[in-house]
Design a protein around this ligand. Sequence first.
Ligand code: IMP
Length: 196
Amino acid sequence: MREEALRPRIILATRNQHKAVEIKKIIGDLVTVQQLNDLLNIDIPECGRTLLENSLAKAEFVYRLRGEPALADDSGLFVEALDGEPGIFSARYGKDDEGRIARLLKNLADKKNRNAAFRAVFVYCFGHGKYKAFEGECVGQISNVPKGEHGFGYDPVFIPKGYKKTFAELGPATKNRISHRARALRKFRKYLEQQM
Ligand code: IMP
């Protein structure tokens, strides 16, 4: 644990409070994580074709805006039988989590193949044209019905490989060990430790 005054500050480009909590749990002892929307009210549009393009665009945007190291992520659920849908459109697949899950289950209704993967890409931008990307994946299955109260997004219908319960049933302790974001963030943490 670094003394707070000695910890470098990283600006985090996410409005998603659930994600911010997960991120702070994994790297909050090494760096001070400052959420961009606590500094200013701004919505960064996502118009890339891949998770990497989206997170890179967000991290570079925040770096140019603030002149401080910036961390951005993009993530999504990629379902095999739907040719990778909802993928980069995961957040825009319906008007709320309930609607997104309902659409997913409807599109999978006649499919035997329930294989899916959550993927996350973090980009850390620390100078003009200077960045590092960190990827994480968690594979699993889409359940037939939503179950569980924890987490957010598609957690109630995602059963990670090796488990019989959804992320929403398993809760944060398990999720933060095996999730796509945790895996990507551990790579970022290793990188930070090497820089210090
Ligand atoms: P973004 O990364 O904020 O653009 O959104 C990605 C979308 O993918 C989220 O709004 C969720 O719908 C979904 N998603 C990403 N990570 C998770 C997760 O850990 N659990 C459940 N849904 C997720």
